[in-house]
Write a protein that binds this ligand. Sequence first.
Ligand code: CAA
Length: 284
Amino acid sequence: MAINKIGVLGAGTMGAGIAQVCVEAGYTVVLVDIAEDFVTRGVNGILKNWDKAVSKGKKTAEEAEKYRSLISTSTDNNTFKEVDIVIEAIIENINVKQKVMKELDGICGPDTILATNTSALSITEIAAATSRPGKIIGMHFFNPVPAMKLVEVIPGAETAQATIDEVVDLSNKISKEPVPIKESPGFIVNRILIPYINEAAILYQEGIASAEEIDKAMKLGANMPMGPLALADLIGLDVCLMIMEYFCNEFNDSKYRPSLAFKQKVRAGHLGRKSGKGFFDYNN
Ligand code: CAA
């Protein structure tokens, strides 16, 4: 089955980024979220990226105009009736993801692939809520999506080889590098990255060094493009905490214990860039 029309569910940072790279590859995209405000914010973010690219001379105004014409928006999941694949990028909660996948299963045609951008959860468990486990797959993008080359492609226990092949092909067509991997909590990148960030948060909590010093050390001493605590703020401290708690439960191993710094900041509502404050302050 050829993929022509793509549905993206969730117009937050990840969903908007996914929609952007899909239209830039020439696909028609319908971007859906539960409220008009969320969809508008997502599209405005995409338009801002294109404005920047035009002013840098990386894209022409005509290209930006053409891309814009390929995106439509909605707040109704029934809009996904006609798409060939839906890429879900909503909240990281297994109950919500299962509920939404079950709903999409009832709406979409039988050949439609339902992909999830989950950052750690079980594809098999998400697929179990649907009547099409062969067509459910993990398609994990990285933030900021337009700049990050990798897509982890994760089959669940019953995902068909044809579905894996389609998603690998789509990833290549949207100029990403797909890495197909077996299902395991956090896949490859987050299994390594989130405990690394957690260790930085533990150092911070212990008062060994300031957030600035920890990040400076990792940038200058390990050539990281950004420090671990700024990266935590970019990912979202609620997401980092959720992933560490998931690892702790899934592996039943205390080496994945989340840092108190994550817990306190999340409890205070300091979630990182998206709330204006995390390890660093983004209000100015
Ligand atoms: N949205 C869209 N594009 C962006 C962007 C954003 N928020 N931020 C940067 N970019 C683009 C820029 O437009 C620029 O593109 P061009 O080269 O085409 O002009 C390119 O990225 C480089 O940007 P800059 O020159 O402004 O800045 P930089 O060189 O400092 O790079 C960075 C910025 C790409 C974010 C870099 O700091 C980096 O790679 N950081 C690490 C990011 C990372 O590790 N992400 C993974 C997080 S984990 C995750 O996402 C998975 C999960 O499940 C939690």
